[in-house]
Design a protein around this ligand. Structure first.
Ligand code: ATP
Length: 239
């Protein structure tokens, strides 16, 4: 039977060298839900995302994706299982066309399937679809970031991790990314969203986790009453 959680981190610990950043982190994402991960600068949000997607090894605990451990796997292994991490600021190949950048993201699938995925991904982003035969360097900075998200979509994620997608985007493009996340959810894809725009993230997400000092300090449904007060306590009430 299918596990209830698509992603499940249990007792996760990870860090850099001898410095442990994540402490005993439990986090779950169910199929078809949007989960927001909030917390102050330096709380460990990006570190957690990197551990989940295989960019950073963890030292204790486990991450299950669709019931199977991702232990020891690379980001490529995670992506092939369906967990795709879109990293803000990741660079596209500016000399290559938009189309070729998307083809690279789908290098491991057959041409026919790849073309279909590229069409579907571009359907989310009309601004870049018009420019699919132009060099990616001809896109605006914000559009290049959209292209990075589209590259993630070409991998057909079951869970898409978006780390601060709004960073460096105009308000219009921020709305576009949030709209894409909502449409992905409608199609059954899960989204894990790290976002500094708390109000917007809460309006979009089904559930939230808040981190401080590398620990999960709050887990809640976004429809729960009194959330603002509980979030403030979680952010500032620690240690
Ligand atoms: P922000 O919103 O500012 O990105 P964050 O919640 O994502 O914050 P992280 O980037 O995960 O936090 O950082 C958590 C801690 O890990 C910080 O103390 C940071 O200085 C440290 N850290 C992050 N990356 C590294 C690294 N490559 N090497 C050493 N320490 C790091």
């Amino acid at each position: 039977s299918a596990p209830e959680n698509l992603l499940q981190a249990q007792g996760l610990e990870a860090g850099y060298g001898k410095i442990r950043i994540l402490h005993n982190v439990d986090l779950a994402v169910r199929p078809g839900e949007i989960v927001a991960l909030l917390g102050p600068n330096g709380a460990g949000k990006s570190t957690l995302m990197r551990a989940l997607s295989g960019l950073l090894p963890w030292t204790a605990g486990d991450v299950l994706f669709d019931g199977k451990s991702l232990r020891g796997g690379t980001p490529r292994d995670a992506a092939q299982a369906g967990l795709v991490h879109v990293i803000e600021g990741h660079h596209v190949f500016t000399q290559l066309s938009v189309q070729d950048n998307l083809s690279l993201a789908g290098y491991d699938v057959r041409k026919h399937e790849r073309e279909e995925r590229i069409r579907d991904a571009l359907a989310f982003f009309p601004e870049i679809e018009e420019k699919r035969h132009e060099r990616a360097g001809a896109l605006s900075g914000g559009q290049q970031q959209m292209l990075v998200v589209a590259q993630g979509l070409v991998k057909r994620p079951r869970l898409l991790i978006l780390d601060e997608p709004s960073a460096g985007l105009s308000p219009v493009l921020v709305d576009r990314v949030f709209e894409v996340a909502a449409r992905l959810r409608d199609g059954g894809t899960s989204v894990l969203l790290v976002e500094q725009l708390v109000e917007k993230a809460l309006a979009l997400a089904d559930r939230l986790y808040a981190m401080a000092h590398g620990e999960i300090v709050l887990q809640a449904d976004t429809k729960e009453p009194d959330l603002q007060r509980r979030l403030e306590e979680a952010y500032f009430g620690q240690h």
